[in-house]
Design a protein around this ligand. Structure first.
Ligand code: DOR
Ligand code: ZN
Length: 347
């Protein structure tokens, strides 16, 4: 039985770090294990321009523990007013790695997102020319569409038509939650890839709704049926380089989750690597963990893999994580995977 596993230091290709006191509280949690992360731009106001990204990056670096080598990779929030030249400059000057498309109203702080794709085609065409990736929150926002169907409908009605219109555009389908997402990527060309979160490999929608309503399992896209979770697991362990880790660790103060209208987001930064080792071991696929967490995303974004390694060890006793991380913006509840975790990252 494997009890020690050294892998290239992982990266998190989808992360929310927020700002201010929350940023200070949560940034060290990601910097502890991850080499790099793609940082989401859905602040209030959002990170839209190159200048916004430069300033936000400085605030993130200032929030890291002394000596940390964690590298935040920035994204720009696509609006219908986004300037293609500014986006291109941000990419060429290595300020931003990707642009994020939030359909307006799809999730937390997406009000400034895109209502009409026609209005952003100029930006997308420029991105396709220069090889810049579009990171997509893949859910329709039509209130007539059931929340559990919003990803599947997005693929058919928005994503596939967009890719037919602009096949050269590189697209990351972020945090896929359905077999439809897995199948779409598997059957497509090499201009699309998908990130998968830690929590969507561990929970299905029963975690949120069966036996009581559990707001700490609520996120967007919302967890789906068990058969979708199983499809995500198969994709993650498949070795297909188009699937990689993006935790979507999304901190909210605990009281904003435990509310009559609780926020979407699951905070997995502290225990993600323990959870993933658990999942990959369960699947008999520990050997695929490095590809999923440390190689595929870097390859997709055209970056070298990290030079350092981390070592995971399997303990005899469960590994204890604090139930919450204290921040200046209040406590943030840590994802409870509902199983004991035995894998620990050695510091
Ligand atoms: O659950 C989510 N939380 N999904 C998102 O797309 C946004 C995120 C957040 O910012 O809290
Ligand atoms: Zn997210």
């Amino acid at each position: 039985m494997t009890t020690e596993l050294a892998i290239i230091r992982p990266d998190d290709w989808h992360l929310h770090l927020r700002d201010g006191e929350m940023l200070k509280g949560v940034a060290p949690e990601s910097a502890r294990h991850f080499g790099r992360a793609i940082v989401m731009p859905n602040l209030v106001p959002p990170v839209v321009t190159k200048a916004d990204a430069v300033a936000y990056r400085e605030r993130i670096l200032a929030a890291l523990p002394a000596g940390s080598r964690f590298q935040p990779m920035m994204t720009l929030y696509l609006t219908e007013e986004t300037d293609a030249a500014d986006v291109a400059a941000a990419f060429e000057e290595k300020v931003a790695l990707a642009v994020k498309l939030y359909p307006a109203g799809a999730t937390t702080n997406s009000q400034s997102g895109v209502r009409d794709l026609d209005k952003v085609m100029g930006v997308l065409e420029r991105m396709a020319e220069i090889g810049m990736t579009l990171c997509v929150h893949g859910e329709v926002t039509d209130p007539e569409v059931d929340i559990f169907d919003r990803e599947a409908v997005f693929i058919e009605e928005v994503l596939d038509p967009l890719r037919q219109r602009l096949p050269e555009l590189r697209v990351t389908m972020e945090h896929i939650t359905t077999k439809n997402g897995v199948d779409y990527v598997t059957g497509a060309d090499d201009n699309i890839a998908a990130s998968i979160t830690t929590h969507h490999l561990m929970i299905n929608r029963n975690a949120i709704l069966a036996g009581g309503i559990r707001p700490h399992y609520y996120c967007l896209p919302v967890a789906k049926r068990e058969r979708h979770r199983l499809a995500l697991r198969q994709a993650a362990i498949s070795g297909d380089p188009r699937f990689f880790l993006g935790t979507d660790s999304a901190p909210h103060p605990t009281d904003a989750k435990e509310s009559a209208c609780g926020c979407a987001g699951i905070f997995t930064a502290p225990n993600t690597m323990s959870c993933l080792a658990h999942v990959f071991e369960e699947e008999g696929a520990l050997g695929q963990l490095e590809g999923f967490a440390s190689r595929h995303g870097a390859d997709w974004y055209g970056l070298p893999v990290n030079e350092e390694t981390i070592t995971l060890t399997k303990r005899d006793e469960p590994v204890a994580y604090p139930p919450a991380v204290e921040t200046g913006a209040g406590p943030v509840t840590v994802f409870d995977p509902m199983v004991e975790l035995y894998w620990a990252v050695e510091d």
